[in-house]
Design a protein around this ligand. Structure first.
Ligand SMILES: [Zn+2]
Length: 226
């Protein structure tokens, strides 16, 4: 399994642009999943479009789109959010009628959208968890869910978009749904963060304790809007 960040706030390469949003290309076996769509802030080519071009990535290979939650930094901008939709730049050539799994009632002009309210397999070895609700002080209620990949010989890798429901709750929901240990967590954790990373001490985190020992999780540094 590989996780290629197409949109993240921080970039380690001057050929890439950063923005406070998330879009990952997940590849596992024959499956490619586009997880979230970034923020698409500003004019001209979006960060997603520019980074995909710089990395020579297109969405033509994508077998499913998964949206973690309906916030602008994850659905491709405020306009997409206001339409209850998500936006992938045309230049990425998202396949027509590609399955898209979303956490709340959303539409899309070309994708085949399914609202997922229970754990669901979206591709071989890849599942989405049910949305978890969280009331945010400045943004109101949000329903967010994570994606999980079962990596042969390793175990579950949990991919978090923003982490609004708190990673402890998301991990608990994952273990409840799949009854398998989580071996790694990737993505936004919405913790107080430090550029060097923040250690993760979830209350219910037996898989991390036994599986990764003292290894720390490195959440994505995020502004308050994420
Ligand atoms: Zn958010």
């Amino acid at each position: 399994m590989t996780v290629l960040p197409l949109v993240e706030r921080l970039v380690g390469n001057s050929d890439l642009r950063g923005e406070p949003g998330v879009c990952y290309m997940l590849r596992a076996g024959q499956t490619s999943v586009l997880f979230d769509c970034g923020l698409a802030r500003g004019r001209g080519p979006t960060v997603l479009e520019a980074n995909a071009a710089a990395l020579d990535v297109s969405a033509a290979e994508v077998s499913a789109v998964v949206i973690s939650h309906l916030h602008p930094d994850h659905v491709g901008g405020i306009r997409a959010q206001l339409r209850n939709s998500f936006a992938v730049p045309d230049a990425l050539r998202l396949p027509y009628a590609v399955p898209a799994f979303v956490p709340v009632d959303m539409t899309h002009s070309t994708a085949d959208v399914t609202v997922v309210s229970a754990p669901q397999v979206v591709a071989a070895g890849v599942a989405v968890l049910p949305p978890l609700n969280r009331m945010l002080f400045w943004l109101g209620r949000v329903a967010e869910r994570a994606l999980v990949v079962n990596v042969r010989g390793f175990g579950l890798v949990l991919v978090s978009g923003c982490g609004h429901p708190r990673i402890e709750g998301t991990m608990a929901a994952c273990e409840q749904a799949l009854d398998l240990p989580i071996q790694a967590v990737v993505g936004g954790l919405h913790l107080p963060v430090h550029p060097l990373g923040t250690r993760c001490y979830p209350r219910r985190c037996s898989a991390v304790r036994t599986g990764l020992g003292s290894r720390s999780a490195k959440p994505t540094p995020a502004p308050p809007s994420r």
